[in-house]
Design a binder for this molecule. Structure first.
Ligand code: ADP
Ligand code: ZN
Length: 722
C-alpha cells in the first residue's frame, strides 16, 4: 500500500469558493476548524482548516506555517459560513472574511499597560487633571484610553500626567477578562402582569434549548427590553452565551448601561468603531466562552461562538440590519438561520415588526407575543395629521402654524420637541434663478446637496464635494444660486429663528459619527437640549424621557420611491418617530405634516390602526407576488464604459435559463443610473416562494466572468432598489 500523508484543506478569506490544500508537517495534529497561517504566493494568509484528509504525497504542496493558539472554529460556525455563502450566492471565502475581522486576535495577546495614580501631584493642576487622578486613585488600573474616556477628557490630558510622573505604569496580563453576569431575578425590574406573561413565555423558550423564533411585538415604551432581558437571564443561567443584536446606532452608552445594570457586569460590545485591540479581546473571549453577554451590530453573528444559546434581535424591522456591499446579507434573517443550525431560540423584538416577520407569524412558524401598553403611567402619543394643503408653511419656511404652536407650548412646559426630516444637509437642490440650471454631481445621477455647516456642496452617492459657486456655472449670472427644499440644517436654521433661546441639537450621520454621535444622543437623553432636529437616526429605539412632541416635517418623502417596501418603511419610520414622544411620565403627541392626508397609510397612522394598515399592505404584496409572499434577487451590473456595460448585460440576458414561474426583468437602467462615473444597470429576478432561487442564479451565472472593469453584484432579498 502506498504511503500517504496528512493534508489540510484550508479556506482562505478571499474571493474563493474552495479551500486550498496544504501539507501538515510532522507532529501537527490538526482538526477541522483550526486557525492557521499558510503561505499564499509570496504572502502569508490566515485561514481556517475546513477538512483534514490522508492522500498520496504531492510534491508541490506547501506546508502550513503556523497553527494559531485559539480554540478552533466550531462545526456550527463552519456550517453557517457555508449556508450564508450558498444563500447569497457568494464565495465561501468572502463569508469567512467576515469571521476573521479581528486581525490582532490571531497574534499572541500582548501585555497591556495600565496606569495608577503614583501619589506625586503634578506642578500644574487643572479640573481635568483632577478628574483623571481621582479615577486613577481608586479601583482597578485603567489604560490611558479608558482613563481619558471615563474622565471625559482628551487623551492629551492623560499623556500630560504620565509625563509629569503623576501616573505610574502597571502591566496587566493580556486581555482583561469579562466579568461574569449576575442573572438573579432580583436585578430585573418588577414586571407588570402583561410583561411577566411575556417574560414567562420567553424564559420557557430559552429553557427548551431548541430552535424557535418568537416575535416580541410591543408598542414603543412597553418594556420589551426588560422582557427580553429575562430571556437572556434564563439562557445565561443555563450556562449559555447570549447575543443581543442592535442596529449599530442604537449601541449607545445609555443602552449599554441598562444591560450592565441588569446583569451586574458590562457586556462585551462589538461594532464598527472599535480599536483592533478591543476587537481581539472580544473575539478571544467569545471563542473561549468567557464573554457571556455580547451586545453587537449585525456582524456579531460572525463571532466565533463557543456555546451560543440565544439571539435577541432588537428593532428587528430596521433596514440597518441589511448589509449593502460585500456579502449583502440580512442580519435578522441570518440570526434566524444561525438559531436553526445551532438549535437555540431567537427573539425578534419590535414595535413595528417587518412584514417578513408578520408573515412568518401568520404561517405559524414564529411565536407571537404582544405588549399592548406602555410601561407605568406612560401613554402612547396621540397622533394627528397636519394637511399641508390647508395649513401651508410660509414661503421659504417648512413648519406649519399648528406645528409651530405645538413646539412653543412644549418648550413653555420645559419639555423637549423633536423635528424629524429624513434628509441630510441644508438643501437637496441648488439651482440658478436666472437660467434654471441645477447643480449635479459630475460622476453620479444625483443633485449636489448643500451642506451649510461644512460649507460645501456634496454628492450623497460618491462623496464628491465642491464649494458653492458664486456665479452659475451654466449662464454665468452672479448671486442667483438658490437653495431649493429643506434638509435638517435648514430646518435647524428655521427653528433657531423661531425659538432663539432654545438649545437645538442637529442629529445627522454626516455631522457626528461614532463616539461623538453617541455622546450627543446621551446629552439629549439627559435633557440638555430643547429641540432635536434629526434624520432617521432619531427613530432608532432611543429613550428620551423629556421628549413629549414629535413633529414630522415631511411624511411623504419615502413614499415617492419605486421601492416595494416604501409604504411599510414609511409606516415604521413614522410610527417609531412618533413613539419617541411621551415615553416617561408626561404625555406625548405626534404631529405629522403631509400633502397626502387622504392616503390610507396616513389615515391609518392617525387612527392608530396598525392592523388595518398591515392588512392592506399584505393584500398588495400578495397580489403583486412581492416579498414576503414571493422572492426577489437583483443583479447590478456597472462599468465605466456604457456601451461595453450594456453589451455585457445583453449577453447576460441572452444566457438566462428559462424556468417556469421565474421572471427576469431587465436589464434596465438603474434609478441612480451613474455612480462614481460608472454606468449602472439592474436585473430583477422574481420568483414564487417555492422556487430555488439559488439554483436558478447558480445556473445562470456559473462561469460568467465580467470583462474589463465591469462588475456584477448579486443581491438576494434586496432592500435597496436604487
Ligand atoms: P421598549 O423597549 O418596549 O421601547 P423599554 O424596555 O425601553 O421599552 O421601556 C421603556 C422605559 O420604561 C424604560 O426606561 C424602562 O426601564 C421602563 N420600564 C419598562 N418596564 C418597566 C418595569 N416593569 N419597571 C420599571 N421600569 C420599567
Ligand atoms: Zn457623485
Amino acid at each position: 500500500m502506498a504511503e500517504t500523508e496528512k493534508i489540510a484543506d484550508v479556506l482562505l478569506p478571499l474571493r474563493l469558493d474552495h479551500p486550498y490544500s496544504y501539507r501538515m508537517e510532522g507532529e501537527q495534529s490538526l482538526n477541522a476548524g483550526a486557525y492557521v497561517r499558510v503561505p499564499l504566493g509570496p504572502r502569508e494568509e490566515t485561514g481556517v482548516v475546513w477538512a483534514v484528509r490522508e492522500a498520496a504525497p504531492e510534491r508541490k504542496l506547501r506546508a502550513i506555517r503556523e497553527v494559531i493558539g485559539l480554540p478552533p472554529m466550531s462545526a456550527l460556525q463552519r456550517r453557517f459560513v457555508e449556508w450564508v455563502a450558498h444563500y447569497y450566492v457568494a464565495e465561501k471565502g468572502q463569508v469567512l472574511r467576515m469571521c476573521l475581522r479581528a486581525k490582532e486576535a490571531f497574534r499572541p495577546a500582548r501585555e497591556r499597560l495600565a496606569w495608577k495614580a503614583s501619589g506625586a501631584r503634578p506642578a500644574r493642576m487643572t479640573p481635568q487633571r483632577e478628574k483623571v487622578l481621582a479615577l486613577a486613585g481608586e479601583g482597578p488600573a485603567l489604560s490611558a484610553v479608558e482613563l481619558a474616556r471615563l474622565a471625559g477628557v482628551s487623551p492629551a490630558v492623560v499623556r500630560g500626567l504620565i509625563d509629569a510622573g503623576a501616573l505610574s505604569p502597571v502591566a496587566l496580563p493580556k486581555d482583561a477578562p469579562f466579568e461574569p453576569p449576575d442573572v438573579s431575578a432580583s436585578r430585573g425590574k418588577a414586571l407588570s402582569s402583561e410583561q411577566e406573561a411575556a417574560a414567562q413565555a420567553l424564559r420557557a423558550a430559552a429553557a427548551r434549548r431548541d430552535f424557535s423564533v418568537t416575535l416580541l411585538d410591543g408598542v414603543t415604551g412597553s418594556g420589551k427590553t426588560e422582557v427580553y432581558f429575562e430571556a437572556m437571564a434564563a439562557a445565561l443561567a443555563a450556562g449559555r452565551q447570549v447575543l443581543l443584536l442592535l442596529p449599530e446606532i442604537a449601541l449607545t452608552g445609555q443602552f449599554i448601561r441598562r444591560v450592565t445594570a441588569r446583569f451586574g457586569a458590562a457586556p462585551a460590545e462589538w461594532h464598527s468603531e472599535m480599536t483592533q485591540a478591543a476587537r481581539a479581546r472580544v473575539f478571544r473571549a467569545v471563542a473561549d466562552g468567557s464573554a457571556k453577554v455580547v451586545v453587537a451590530a449585525r456582524s456579531g453573528l460572525f463571532l466565533p461562538w463557543r456555546n451560543l444559546g440565544l439571539i435577541v434581535v432588537d428593532e428587528e424591522h430596521e433596514g440597518a440590519y441589511k448589509q449593502e456591499g460585500g456579502v449583502p446579507y440580512h442580519g435578522r434573517d441570518m440570526a434566524v438561520v444561525l438559531g436553526a443550525l445551532g438549535r437555540f431560540p431567537v427573539v425578534l423584538s419590535s414595535a413595528t415588526p417587518s412584514l417578513e416577520s408578520m408573515a412568518n407569524v401568520d404561517r405559524g412558524r414564529y411565536g407571537h407575543i404582544m405588549l399592548k401598553q406602555r410601561h407605568g403611567a406612560a401613554r402612547l402619543p396621540e397622533v394627528s395629521l397636519i394637511d399641508l394643503g390647508e395649513e401651508p408653511p410660509e414661503r421659504g419656511r417648512w413648519l406649519s402654524a399648528p406645528l409651530v404652536r405645538a413646539v412653543t407650548e412644549t418648550l413653555g412646559k420645559g419639555e423637549q420637541a423633536l423635528l424629524f426630516l429624513n434628509r441630510r444637509g441644508y438643501a437637496p437642490l441648488t439651482l440658478c434663478r436666472a437660467c434654471g440650471h441645477r447643480l449635479e454631481c459630475p460622476d453620479c445621477t444625483a443633485w449636489l446637496v448643500q451642506h451649510r455647516f461644512r460649507d460645501v456642496l456634496m454628492c450623497h452617492h460618491c462623496g464628491h464635494e465642491k464649494p458653492l459657486p458664486e456665479t452659475c456655472p451654466s449662464c454665468g449670472a452672479a448671486g442667483q444660486m438658490a437653495a431649493v427644499g429643506p434638509g435638517v440644517e435648514r430646518l435647524a436654521e428655521e427653528a433657531g429663528e423661531r425659538w432663539p433661546d432654545a438649545r437645538i441639537a442637529v442629529l445627522s450621520s454626516d455631522l457626528q459619527k461614532g463616539a461623538a454621535l453617541r455622546a450627543l444622543i446621551e446629552a439629549i437623553g439627559r435633557g440638555e437640549y430643547d429641540i432635536v432636529v434629526g434624520t432617521q437616526l432619531v427613530a432608532k429605539g432611543h429613550h428620551f424621557p423629556r421628549l413629549t412632541l414629535a413633529g414630522v416635517v415631511d411624511a411623504d418623502l419615502a413614499l415617492e420611491t419605486a421601492d416595494p417596501r416604501a409604504g411599510e418603511r414609511t409606516w415604521q419610520l413614522l410610527a417609531q418617530v412618533a413613539g419617541r414622544a411621551g415615553r416617561a411620565s408626561r404625555p406625548g403627541r405626534a404631529l405629522i405634516q403631509t400633502w397626502m392626508s387622504a392616503n390610507p397609510l396616513m389615515k391609518a397612522l392617525a387612527a392608530g390602526d396598525r392592523e388595518g394598515f398591515l392588512a392592506h399592505e399584505k393584500r398588495m404584496r400578495k397580489a403583486a407576488g412581492m416579498p414576503p409572499y414571493g422572492q426577489l434577487a437583483a443583479l447590478i451590473v456597472s462599468g465605466g464604459d456604457e456601451a461595453a456595460t450594456l453589451a455585457f448585460c445583453k449577453a447576460l440576458a441572452a444566457r438566462r435559463p428559462l424556468a417556469k414561474d421565474i421572471l427576469v426583468l431587465g436589464p434596465a437602467s438603474a434609478p441612480i443610473a451613474m455612480v462614481r462615473g460608472r454606468r449602472r444597470f439592474r436585473f430583477l429576478v422574481k420568483a414564487p416562494r417555492s422556487a430555488d432561487m439559488q439554483a436558478y442564479l447558480g445556473a445562470w451565472l456559473s462561469g460568467v466572468k465580467p470583462p474589463g472593469n465591469i462588475r456584477l453584484d448579486v443581491d438576494v432579498d434586496p432592500y435597496s432598489f436604487l
